[in-house]
Write a protein that binds this ligand. Structure first.
Ligand code: COA
Length: 334
C-alpha cells in the first residue's frame, strides 16, 4: 500500500558493529545451572557478543562509522540521527547526541527511541516519516543495545538470551514509489509492562542501596508469558501486513524477524507460509541484541549478496511494553 506522499524513504547505506568478546554456551555452563543443549534447543542461540570496555554509544558509533566509511558519506550532510535503544549511556543526554558528536554530524539533530525489541521498527518508521515529509534528505537510524549492562549473570532465565550489538541504516528520499518503505503496522500495549521490564533506576524506583540489593536494575522477564504473546503477536502482525498489501508468501523475498527466540521466528514464518530459506536468522551468533537484531540481519544478508534490488521484505518484531509491529519494505540498493 504505497503512501500518499511525494517521496518514499529508501535505505541507501548500511553499517554494523559487533564487539569482539564472544560468550558461548559453554561459558554459561560454568556460571549458572544450564547446558549447551538446553540453550540451543529452547532458544536457537549458540553464542553472543559483549562489549567489555564501552557503552551503547560506542556500539552505535561503530555501526555509524562503518556505514559512513563504506559508503563514503559526508557526516555533515546527515540531517537527523535516531538511536533506538533501551540501554542508553545515561538518561540524558540522549545517546543520539553522543553519536552525533562522535561521527562529526555537525548539522544534525537527533533523539532516542525507546521501544525495546521493536525499537528499530519504531525508529525506522519515524525516520522514514521525516524523509516522506520532504523536510529531510539524510536520516541515520541506528538500533543499538548493550544488554550486558542490564543482565543479571546469576539468573539463568535471562542471562543466556542477550548480547550487545549495533547496526545502522541511512534513509534518503526517492520519487520512485516502487522502492523503500511501503507500509508499517505498529502497536503498543502498556498493560503488558510487568511481563518484561527493568524496575529500578527511573523516577518510579530511583536508585538506592535497596534497589541495588533487590536487583531492580536488571532485566526482569516472565519468559513463559512473554513467549506466549510474542509468538501470537509477531505471527499475527506479519500475516496482517501481508494481507493488507496483497502479498503472498511467493512475493516475499525475506522475512526479517526480531531475533529473540528461534521458536518465535519459526512460528511467525509458519503463519506466513514462508519457508526457512527465506527467513533471515543470525540469533545463533548474536543472541537477542534488542534494537539491533533486525538491522544486523539486513546488513549481514545484504553483504552476503542475498538481498537484491526490488526484493520485498517483511520486517517484524515484538518486545517489552508490550510493543510490536511489522514493516513492508522494497529493497532499493543494487
Ligand atoms: N538452562 C536450563 N534450564 C533453564 C534455563 C536455562 N538457561 N532457563 C530456564 N530454565 C528452566 C526453567 O527454570 C524451568 O524450570 P522449572 O520448570 O523447573 O521451573 C524450565 O527450564 C522450563 O522453563 P520455561 O520457561 O518453560 O522454558 P521455555 O521453553 O519457555 O524457554 C525462554 C524459556 C526464556 C527461552 C522462553 O520462555 C522465551 O524465549 N521467552 C520469550 C523471550 C523473549 O522473547 N524475550 C524478549 C522479548 S521479544
Amino acid at each position: 500500500m504505497a503512501l500518499d506522499t511525494k517521496y518514499n524513504a529508501v535505505v541507501t547505506a548500511l553499517g554494523m558493529y559487533v564487539p569482539e568478546t564472544i560468550l558461548d554456551n559453554k561459558y554459561f555452563e560454568k556460571i549458572v545451572e544450564t547446558n549447551d543443549e538446553w540453550i540451543k534447543s529452547r532458544t536457537g542461540i549458540s553464542e553472543r557478543r559483549i562489549i567489555e570496555n564501552g557503552a551503547t554509544s560506542d556500539l552505535a558509533t561503530g555501526a555509524a562509522k562503518d556505514l559512513i566509511e563504506k559508503y563514503n558519506i559526508n557526516p555533515e550532510e546527515i540531517d537527523v540521527v535516531i538511536v533506538s535503544t533501551v540501554t542508553p549511556d545515561m538518561f540524558f543526554p540522549a545517546t543520539a547526541c553522543l553519536v552525533q558528536d562522535n561521527i562529526g554530524a555537525k548539522n544534525a539533530w537527533g533523539f532516542d527511541v525507546s521501544a525495546a525489541c521493536s525499537g528499530f521498527l519504531f525508529g525506522f518508521h519515524v525516520g522514514a516519516s521525516l524523509i516522506e515529509s520532504g523536510r529531510y534528505k539524510k536520516v541515520l537510524v541506528i538500533g543499538a543495545d548493550k544488554m550486558s549492562a542490564i543482565t543479571d549473570y546469576t539468573d539463568r532465565n535471562t542471562c543466556i538470551l542477550f548480547g550487545d550489538a549495533a547496526a545502522a541504516v541511512l534513509l534518503e528520499p526517492t520519487e520512485d514509489k516502487n522502492f523503500g518503505l511501503q507500509d508499517s503496522l505498529l502497536h503498543c500495549d502498556g498493560s503488558g509492562r510487568e511481563a518484561l521490564y527493568m524496575k529500578g533506576g527511573g523516577s518510579l524506583n530511583p536508585p538506592t542501596h535497596e534497589t541495588v540489593d533487590k536487583k531492580l536494575h536488571y532485566i526482569f522477564q516472565d519468559g513463559k508469558a512473554v513467549f506466549k504473546v510474542a509468538v501470537k503477536g509477531m505471527a499475527d502482525i506479519s500475516y496482517e501486513i501481508m494481507q493488507k498489501n496483497n502479498l503472498t508468501s511467493e512475493d516475499i523475498a525475506y522475512l526479517v524477524p526480531h531475533q529473540a527466540n528461534l521458536r518465535i521466528i519459526d512460528a511467525t514464518a509458519q503463519r506466513m507460509g514462508i519457508p526457512k530459506e527465506k527467513v533471515m536468522i543470525n540469533i545463533d551468533k548474536y543472541g537477542n541484541t534488542t534494537a539491533a537484531t533486525i538491522p544486523l540481519c539486513l546488513v549481514e544478508y545484504y553483504r552476503d549478496g542475498k538481498v537484491k534490488k526490488g526484493d520485498k521484505l517483511i520486517l517484524s518484531a515484538f518486545g517489552a511494553g508490550f510493543t510490536w509491529g511489522a514493516t513492508y519494505l522494497v529493497w532499493g540498493m543494487d
